[in-house]
Ligand binder design. Structure first.
Ligand code: SF4
Length: 513
């Protein structure tokens, strides 16, 4: 097949550049996209850490974010043909947009850099705000404001996890975005695109509805990170979270396995099973369904070509409620040893304060009580360590109603977690979900005790960074490995003292306010 240079594809799907990378199979490196663009050399970043996804001869991407693949699949199921829809690399998008192009669909995690990680680290509110906007926001802006994309009259439609940031008319217009789809896209996007293709008028903001598992289209191409969705929604009901609006739905095992096979065909042999809590696959409410979870991992691992299987997220309360399950999963996956030293996944620690748990996220502790939360966290971290799992935890600073004693409790919890191999990242509270009207937290709101907590997290990270980095990069290409390891060694040996000094200086400054 020949590239459609000049004429263009009718529907062009792409994603912001930082999402269109497999990060050498180390998807957690994707967090670097939340860092400000002047923090490290962007040439090195895009070459060694975030190389672009490979493409086929016809220009279509071999790998794309799972959300983009889902929309592609729903369009094809709706009746658009493979000759009309193309998923392409954002840096070459001009080659695939032409007089035939009616819609350009863009996936973004964080279009304006207002997600928790970006606001914590980058401009205008984060620790390194003097180093500019985040990579992801920069690359999104660069993509959608390219005047060539609209040269032939195509409409730009943005979707993805961060699309809520474009609900504001002014922001959309500033960035040339015609339509934003907020929420689950499979049901609403195909008829929306059909109307745009026919030249009909469409609303500027489209809200997706809850898609039942049988209506979730199956992806047709490989995904970055070998991501395959296992379940959608959460149901624990934390007030600051978007998935709180969604109910937990687990997909049929056959659909998951089919998507794993699609990935293996695209040479993705490291599979990431995506769920807000992998341990609640086919759960009965909050109760973990042990058989369903082990059978999921067993079935995926058995597929020919699959080398490794891991989760995206897991919940600490689920770990503590089923203490033997992580070890069982590790044994199924074959974890331990140099090649696969551990399984990593993201998890929410959020706070050490039972009061804040009770107020904003009582469901997070279930089946335990909010007052038991610090013990649940420590117990879960212990189980992780014994089972060769590494939790990448997050904390939230500035939750509404937070007082000094809440942060002191979190500092106490950090002390209890000191000896467990893990990473713990403090993030600023972002008003979303049912706390949408509350005040955003910024670096200017940091009090002395927030800085003390920052120092604890920094020291915890430094204690484990080198060991984790060495184990993590084992399979990376030589240059990427060298780049990551030299960066980490530099941070641990040289930047550590400077960073600590800066944190102390900022703490003193906050005392004068
Ligand atoms: S447990 Fe996590 S995913 Fe579930 S509602 Fe709470 S923050 Fe959201």
């Amino acid at each position: 097949m020949v590239k459609m240079r000049g004429e263009g594809w009718k529907i062009v799907l792409t994603a912001e550049r930082c999402m269109m990378s497999d990060y050498h199979g180390s998807l957690f490196l994707g967090f670097c996209a939340c860092a400000p663009k002047k923090l490290w050399n962007s040439f090195a970043f895009f070459h060694f850490i975030c190389p672009k996804a490979p493409t086929y001869d016809n220009g279509k991407s071999k790998l794309a974010p799972y959300a983009t693949r889902k929309i592609e699949a729903s369009l094809l199921e709706y009746g658009f043909t493979e000759d009309e829809v193309a998923v392409v690399d954002p840096e070459s998008i001009r080659d695939y947009v032409g007089p035939k192009t009616k819609v350009i669909g863009v996936t973004s995690n964080d279009p304006l850099g207002r997600g928790p990680a970006t606001t914590t680290f980058s401009a205008p509110t984060g620790f390194f705000r003097d180093k500019g906007e985040a990579y992801d926001a920069w690359k999104f802006r660069e993509l959608v404001t390219d005047p060539y994309l609209k040269h032939w009259g195509a409409k730009i439609v943005v979707g993805g996890p961060g699309s809520w940031q474009l609900e504001d008319d002014k922001e959309r217009r500033r960035l040339n975005v015609d339509v934003v789809v907020i929420g689950e896209g499979e049901n609403v996007t195909p008829p929306l695109f059909e109307k745009i293709v026919k030249g009909e008028k469409v609303p500027e903001v489209v809200y997706g509805d809850i898609v039942e598992t049988e209506k979730m289209s199956k992806i047709r191409g490989g995904t970055v990170g070998g991501v395959v969705e296992v379940s959608r929604g959460c149901g624990r009901g934390c007030k600051f979270c978007i998935p709180t609006l969604l109910k937990l739905r687990s997909r049929p095992l056959e659909d998951i396995l089919e998507e794993v096979r699609v990935n293996v065909q695209a040479q993705q042999t490291q599979i990431t099973l995506h769920a807000e809590d992998i341990l609640r696959y086919k759960a009965n409410g909050i109760k973990v369904n042990r058989e369903a979870v082990t059978s999921l991992f067993e079935s995926v691992k058995k597929i020919e070509g699959v080398e490794n299987v891991g989760p995206s997220h897991f919940a600490l309360a689920s770990v503590a409620s089923q203490p033997k399950l992580l070890r069982e999963i590790s044994d199924i996956v074959g974890v331990g040893g140099r090649e696969k030293p551990w399984i990593a996944g993201q998890t929410g620690v959020e706070t050490g304060s039972p009061k804040l748990i009770e107020r904003h996220m009582p469901g997070k502790a279930l089946p335990f009580k909010p007052k038991e939360w610090p013990d649940v966290v420590e117990q879960a971290f212990g189980i992780c360590m014994d089972s060769d799992w590494v939790p990448c935890g997050t904390l939230i600073l500035g939750l509404p109603g937070e007082e000094e004693e809440d942060i002191l409790k979190t500092i106490e919890l950090m002390d209890r977690l000191k000896n467990y191999k893990s990473l713990i990242v403090p993030l600023f509270f972002v008003p979303i979900g049912s706390l949408k009207k509350e005040k955003r937290f910024t670096v200017d709101d940091m009090k002395e005790y927030h800085w003390d907590l920052m120092l604890k997290c920094w020291d915890h990270g430094m204690r484990w960074a080198e060991e984790l980095a060495k184990e993590y990069v084992v399979k990376m290409p030589f240059l990427a490995k060298t780049f990551v390891l030299s960066f980490i060694t530099w941070v641990v040996k040289f930047a550590d003292k400077r960073a600590r000094k800066n944190i102390v200086k900022l703490k003193e400054k906050s005392l004068k306010r």
